[in-house]
Design a protein around this ligand. Structure first.
Ligand SMILES: Cc1ncc(COP(=O)(O)O)c(C=O)c1O
Length: 369
């Protein structure tokens, strides 16, 4: 059996992630490997931590990237803080809230889910009554719900969680570096993200940051963390000063993340957020011209993930297949409660460019009118 050279088509990735990796990031990945204790690699690890603090807008010492995709970040954010029987409240207004609830329950948490229709967001009063009804160790929310296109407002939520003695956990997988994420100013205790969304890196690393308050809870555990690979107290022995081997670092992905973060710093967070919004607005206008309604009202709409509602007579699968086969463009369909009802169009990181919006709208026009 012989195999051909690896040569897939170059796609324009305009789905919910992964997004197109910037050429600078791909070049960084070709940097020669170093040993995981090579002094030069340790400097790179320190730089990644510094840059992550900048992008998360935090001074949290415990800030690193776990090996694995966003779900590994999610799992690390739960398994390190939950002990059997702990009460955890999870906001579920889309697919990823349910995943948080599922993982939390696997670590023995007593989970209360607050349910909302997919596409809506939680009002602070709803979060407050849940905490009043029964105090919780963790209140977990998804900032940018990639299954619906909704942005959860965070005004006052950190203060609310503190008042009720709960740690505030935020999924920033899709939001980080596309909209403001202010870990310290908002009082977020635990946040995780993923390399393949607005940071435009390949999938495989999950940035995570933990406040001193949450770190104290971690240190105070009565039982060992059930997940050895994602035990943050072991991981910080490697990322911190001790440099103790835990598992072999994924050098090439760390190089990629460093470059992706460096590009955020060069562009500046404010300019990057503004770019995401400008390109999203262009897309929203173009979609309206094509008679699409957008699933999420403007007030809570994500700029990096737009969810037009499919209208009667539109052949969802045929259009998306044509986009892929004839234009090399990937967009995604809806799933779960929104299966067959929406598309999910991502303009994340390097993919958030005016030419991509123009190309997609032109391709759609050729296929649906
Ligand atoms: C909001 C959100 N959380 C978590 C995840 C899980 O990340 P991954 O698929 O990288 O494991 C995703 C993936 O799309 C996501 O969009």
């Amino acid at each position: 059996m012989s195999y051909t050279d690896l040569n897939p088509d170059t796609r324009t990735l305009l789905g919910p992630g992964p997004t197109t990796a910037h050429p600078r990031i791909l070049r960084a990945m070709a940097t020669p490997l170093l040993g995981y204790l090579d002094p030069q690699f340790l400097v790179i690890l320190d730089e990644v931590q510094e840059l992550l603090r900048l992008v998360f807008q935090t001074t949290n010492e415990l800030t690193l990237a776990v090996s694995g995709t966003g779900s590994a970040g999610m799992e690390a954010s739960l398994c390190n803080f939950i002990e059997s029987g702990d009460h955890v409240i999870v906001g579920v207004n889309g697919f990823f809230g349910s995943r948080i609830a599922e993982i939390a329950s696997r670590y023995g948490a007593d989970v209360t889910t607050l349910e909302k229709p997919w596409g809506e967001v939680f009002e602070i009063e709803e979060l407050e009554s849940a905490l009043q009804a029964r105090p919780a160790k963790i209140l977990a929310l998804v900032h940018a719900e990639t299954s619906t296109g909704a942005l959860q407002p965070m005004d006052g939520v950190g203060e609310l969680a503190r008042r009720h003695g709960a740690l505030l956990l935020l999924d920033t997988v899709t939001s980080l570096s596309g909209v403001p994420v202010e870990i310290d100013a908002w009082g977020i205790d635990i946040a995780y993200s993923a390399s393949q969304k607005c940071l435009s890196c390949p999938p495989g690393l999950a940035p995570i940051t933990v406040s001193e308050r949450a770190r104290a809870v971690m240190k105070d555990r009565k039982t060992k963390v059930a997940n050895w690979y994602l035990d943050l107290s072991l991981l910080e022995q490697y990322w911190g000063e001790n440099r103790q081997y835990h598992h072999t670092a994924s050098m090439s992905l760390i190089y990629a993340l460093r470059e992706g973060l460096r590009m955020v710093q060069e562009e500046s967070l404010d300019t990057r957020h503004a770019r995401h919004l400008t390109n999203a607005k262009l897309l929203w206008e173009g979609l309206k011209d094509l008679d699409f309604e957008l699933h999420v009202p403007l007030a809570h709409r994500l700029p990096m993930l737009t969810t037009p509602r499919l209208y009667a007579g539109l052949d969802d699968a045929a259009v998306r297949t044509n986009l892929l086969n004839n234009y090399n463009i990937e967009i995604a369909g809806g799933f779960g409660a929104l299966a067959g009802q929406i598309w999910r169009i991502g303009l994340m990181g390097f993919s958030s460019r005016r030419e991509n919006v123009t190309l997609l709208l032109a391709a759609l026009r050729e296929n649906i009118t």
